[in-house]
Design a protein around this ligand. Sequence first.
Ligand code: ATP
Ligand code: MG
Length: 443
Amino acid sequence: MIKDKYADEIIDILNESGYEAYYVGGCVRDALLGVQPGDFDITTNAKPDETAEVFSRKGYRIVETGLKHGTISIICDKRPYEVTTFRVDGEYVDGRHPESVRFVSSLREDLARRDFTVNAMAYHPKMGIVDYFGGQEDIGKRVIRCVGEPVKRFEEDALRILRALRFAGRLGFSIEERTSTAVNECRELLKKISAERIYSELCNILVTDSAADILEKYVDVFGVFIPELMMMVGFEQKSKWHVYDVFKHTMVALKNSPKDLIVRLAVLFHDVGKPHVCVEDAEGFRHFRGHQKVSCELAGEILRRLRADNKTRERVCRLILHHDDRIPVEETAVLRLMRRMGEDTIRSIEVEKADNSAQNPDMVYGRFVDLGKIEKLYEKLKKKDDLCLKLSDLDISGSDVISCGVKAGPKVGEVLEALLEEVTEKRLPNEKEALVEFVKNYF
Ligand code: ATP
Ligand code: MG
């Protein structure tokens, strides 16, 4: 079933030295699903120092990855193989990381501490699969089920709530009924989990095929750490442009967007500001003027709170701020877009496409065709090597500008920005002589 040259070798060596050893966790699950495992984890009754000794004696390079948790990495062909001693988690201090771990002698105990039945199987190359908790049956039924009592397992470690959603999303499984009920019942426990760990799981969930389905079904869970989402739920748009409420619209857009984290974060929050700017006119139609800016601000707050890295936050916010710009099908407009969006130019088109795809089809078909044309224009322009999109692409430097008589300091940057604008708008060629001339005349 599972076959990996080096993992087999590691298991062999441990067995020869008198220890038990098995493939365990995600790799067993993935192999049963016919998916290529990302990495191969091994579990053994050898204590970490015993594992280290066996392999260093044989000349392997080892790294003490997580000695506290009983993990030693053995490097084979430059790849780390994690070998972890059978263990159970120590005391959980109010639903966070266990403070300590305790090594145990039986595989069964090690498997019993794992989160879901599909993640709690082991495999031995000679003895086959070890499955005490019905993992194979649950793979057959395509369900995520806690090992043991779901509420108790979520109380031990609330992050498992999001892990359940992540695996359901990634594998396209549903969450077994009792586990699903517990996911909802225990959701408030997520408040004890650090923002970093929550954000990391959120990202993992967002880039799965079923992200939108999971978010829709478990919105109350996400609402615990992103309460802003709750205002979107059921918020009617009452507009000829729309056929869904704000949340449903967002979910349909999410479903129709590529599985790219930046795009998906932008789509998730692109309309989060709508409930805050809504104005209803005399005929009962709703308008959301300025929602781009408010959505951008709220997304910034949310991502800051979740401790997203600055670069991701800035890129997502920029996409949101401009998601409704509706640029015309013209070369200069696309160049302006490229200048503004940089590496995210195509993402900005993808966000608009996704947004469109979740609006009233009768109203947006024309724009959809235009977006296809804009994308083609972009593909064409991108290939040009004389593109002038950033200050460093200009055929003039800051010191040249100073030589023209501009005072050194912030003014130089302003002049360069102005020149870039002139060049992208095709009012000036990107040639030094013309640029110098322009500076001398205007500044
Ligand atoms: P992936 O392919 O995403 O890495 P994985 O199953 O390997 O999936 P990991 O997060 O790498 O997931 O964890 C490895 C294994 O450790 C899991 O399969 C599971 O058995 C166990 N595990 C990890 N985190 C927890 C947790 N919070 N509670 C219980 N068991 C866990
Ligand atoms: Mg893993």
